[in-house]
Write a protein that binds this ligand. Structure first.
Ligand SMILES: [Mn+2]
Length: 424
């Protein structure tokens, strides 16, 4: 379904005067507010095609109604989000869950919703119907060359699918590893994986990147063949200049200092970008900013500082994507909340007084350094984010429009109450 633009305008009319009061209050103390608003307008976060349906756990899945049943409907859902917040202007596809049968038609549909195609994702963590070899004991790391070849061929096929859509990057997340001591020779597993990645790398078009995503544990619980940023960095630094390390916020051991990882990967020009989510215990894939918004701010603080130090474009030089999925919320409402949390953290990071912070660091004024960071973090920037959305033609309050217009009920009417989104 397409959201009538008039509905957004009507809602904005109602909220405008109270928004303007709030915006005036916060912007009056910011010198470069015009520049900040423009950066917020430009910043876009890709939505993965698997986040539009209710996710599950290994214990069960409780699907909601009106979920998208095919790629076209998924693009429409992201179009809805983007119409509301003007910050979700890209889609990240998962192959083979979302194979575009008619790439030209899919490109047109996405363009109609003002969406671009972000990184395409391969899948060698589960077996597909009719697949010759099983990935039960891994894919690129596998002891059998035939299994490795099947995984390599699949990744090359995903590159070809992505090329047809105008995508420019392949994300490889491997579930490879071992569940028990002795199951694998670590070096053999590493070498096999590296050789597989080399063959995939060789198939990349010149203007493409490969993102190697790491994860500390699960589904393998003794070792993972790409288990942390060091292992990913080892692969990507050996592969070459088109290879980058992808950070998924939920893929670390508890209490890892993710902002430091980000800073060093950027220093080495090896940070691909982000998979945003939040977690309390492990890879919980909760709504961004729902558990630890301060950590998210600290990460954005390093991102902004690091990107500015290298003259990078915040909006285009790194890949920004949400990677979350859960059981109990309406997936579209959840994504609106996640995008809002990302924009808030980004806006707060833009407020950090970097000159004063450098001065404080130079004289070891630890107290002042903390004050500077927390001054930015404790600023209520919600009106800045809303102003950017408003300027771009979106809703001052996307969630309110989604609810007051009964968007979910309209989707249920259109698609039925018992739909199950393809993918996870
Ligand atoms: Mn991820």
């Amino acid at each position: 379904m397409l959201l009538n633009k008039r509905l957004i305008e009507e809602s904005n009319d109602q909220l405008l005067s109270s928004h303007q009061k709030g915006y005036h209050y916060v912007s009056s103390s910011i010198d470069n507010v015009v520049e900040i608003i423009q950066k917020l307008v430009d910043f876009q976060v890709a939505i993965p095609s698997w986040a539009l349906g209710t996710g599950g756990t290994r214990f069960g899945r409780f699907s909601g109604g009106g979920e998208p049943g095919n790629l076209e409907e998924k693009i429409e859902d992201i179009g809805l989000l983007h119409a509301l917040n003007k910050s979700s202007g890209a889609i990240s596809l998962h192959i083979p869950w979302d194979i575009p049968n008619d790439p030209e038609a899919i490109r047109k549909l996405a363009a109609m919703h003002e969406l671009k195609f972000d990184a395409v994702n391969s899948n060698t963590f589960q077996d597909q119907a009719g697949q010759e070899h099983s990935y039960k004991f891994g894919s690129l790391q596998h002891m059998d060359r035939a299994v490795r070849k099947q995984a390599i061929d699949h990744n090359i096929e995903v590159i070809r699918q992505g090329e047809a859509l105008g995508s420019k990057a392949l994300t490889v997340w491997l579930s490879d590893g071992s569940c028990f001591p002795g199951q694998l020779n670590f070096r053999t597993a590493w070498q096999n994986t590296y050789e597989g990645l080399q063959e995939i790398y060789a198939a990349l078009p010149q203007d493409w990147k490969i993102f190697v995503e790491y994860k500390a544990f699960e589904p393998n619980f003794y070792s993972m063949s790409v288990g942390d940023w060091g292992q990913s960095y080892l692969y990507t630094s050996k592969l070459g200049s088109q290879a980058y390390t992808l950070v998924d916020l939920g893929h670390h051991l508890p209490n890892a200092n993710i902002e430091q990882i980000v800073s060093l990967l950027m220093m080495e020009k090896k940070l691909a970008g982000f998979h945003f989510n939040d977690s309390k215990y492990g890879d919980d894939d909760l709504t961004v900013g729902s558990i630890n918004p301060y950590q998210l701010f600290l990460i954005f603080n390093e991102l902004v500082e690091g990107m500015d130090a290298q003259g990078m474009n915040h909006a285009t030089d790194l890949a920004w994507m949400i990677d979350a999925s859960h059981n109990v919320k309406d997936p579209l409402e959840d994504l609106l909340q996640s995008i809002e949390a990302i924009m808030i953290a980004y806006a707060q990071a833009l407020l950090v007084d970097t000159t004063a912070l450098k001065e404080a660091q130079a004289i070891n004024d630890v107290v002042r350094a903390q004050e500077i960071l927390q001054q930015a973090y404790r600023t209520d920037v919600r009106h800045l984010v809303a102003e950017a959305r408003f300027k771009a033609g979106g809703a001052l309050n996307p969630l309110q429009v989604f609810r007051s217009q009964g968007v979910r009920n309209l989707l249920i009417k259109e698609r039925g109450p018992q739909t199950v989104a393809t993918g996870l």
